[in-house]
Write a protein that binds this ligand. Structure first.
Ligand SMILES: [Zn+2]
Length: 236
C-alpha cells in the first residue's frame, strides 16, 4: 500500500570521530560526523544505522569517538527504543552498527545484505562483530532490493562496500533517499564520482559505486541523506 503522506525523517547525530592520518578520507578533513536516520513510520520507527558503539578500546584509541546514546537521541524526538521495529544497517563498518546491541533481544528486525554478514565473518578487522551481528532470529539477510514497509524500500547500492544498501521513502508523489555512505561527500553525488576517499580503487567497486549513484539519482529524490556529510539537494 502506498503511504498517504511522507513520514517524519530525522537525522541522528550519533557520533563525531577523528580519522587517523592514513585513512583514505583524511584529506577531506580529520574530524568526521557520523549520522544515522530515523523514519517515523506508521508501523513504528525505522532506523538507518546506529553509529559507533561502546566498549571497544581499539576503536576508542584509533578514532577518539564522542558518542550520543541512541535512547537519548530518540527521547529528544519524543520516541523510545521500544518503538523501533526495524534497523537497516547501510553496511556493517563500526560507525554504522555500533549501537545495534541496544536493540538485541527485542522484536526489532535488522535488515542487512548477505555480503556484509559474509565480510564480518571472514575478515576479523572488518568491524566489531559483537555490534554488527544481531541475534540470528532478529536478522533479515537480503540479497538485493527489498520492500520492508509501505513506502519504504531497501536498494542494494554497492561500492563503498560490496553489501552497501540505501533506503528510499516514497509517499504522495515525493521521494526521499537515505543514501548513507553511497558517497562520502555530497559533491560526489552531483558529479557521479566514486572518490578514493569512499571506494577502494578496484575497477569493480569503482564501477559499482558510480552505478549506485546513478541508480539513486534516477529516482529524482528531493533530498539524499548521507552518513558523513550534509544532505545532497538537487537543484530544481
Ligand atoms: Zn564504511
Amino acid at each position: 500500500m502506498p503511504l498517504a503522506r511522507m513520514p517524519r525523517i530525522e537525522r541522528l547525530d550519533l557520533a563525531q570521530i577523528e580519522l587517523p592520518a592514513d585513512h583514505p578520507a583524511a584529506e577531506l578533513g580529520l574530524s568526521v560526523a557520523v549520522h544515522g536516520f530515523l523514519i517515523d513510520h506508521p508501523d513504528g520507527v525505522i532506523l538507518v544505522d546506529t553509529g559507533v558503539g561502546f566498549g571497544n578500546d581499539f576503536i576508542d584509541d584509533l578514532y577518539q569517538p564522542s558518542r550520543e546514546r541512541l535512547d537519548g537521541l530518540l527521547e529528544r524526538l519524543g520516541l523510545g527504543l521500544d518503538e523501533v521495529v526495524a534497523v537497516v544497517n547501510s553496511h556493517l563498518h563500526f560507525d554504522h552498527c555500533g549501537q545495534n546491541p541496544a536493540l538485541f533481544d527485542t522484536s526489532t528486525k535488522f535488515f542487512v545484505q548477505a555480503a556484509e554478514i559474509e565480510a564480518v565473518q571472514t575478515d576479523r578487522l572488518y568491524t566489531d562483530a559483537s555490534w554488527a551481528l544481531s541475534p540470528p532470529d532478529q536478522r533479515r539477510v537480503l540479497s538485493g532490493d527489498e520492500q520492508i514497509a509501505d513506502g519504504v524500500k531497501i536498494l542494494a547500492t554497492p561500492g563503498h562496500t560490496v553489501g552497501h544498501q540505501s533506503v528510499v521513502v516514497e509517499a504522495a508523489g515525493r521521494r526521499v533517499v537515505i543514501g548513507a555512505q553511497v558517497v562520502w561527500h555530497r559533491d560526489e553525488f552531483e558529479s557521479e564520482v566514486a572518490s578514493r576517499a569512499n571506494v577502494d580503487p578496484t575497477p569493480e567497486l569503482q564501477a559499482a559505486a558510480v552505478e549506485s549513484i546513478r541508480r539513486l539519482k534516477s529516482l529524482q529524490p528531493e533530498v539524499v541523506h548521507l552518513s558523513h556529510c550534509h544532505a545532497y539537494r538537487p537543484a530544481k
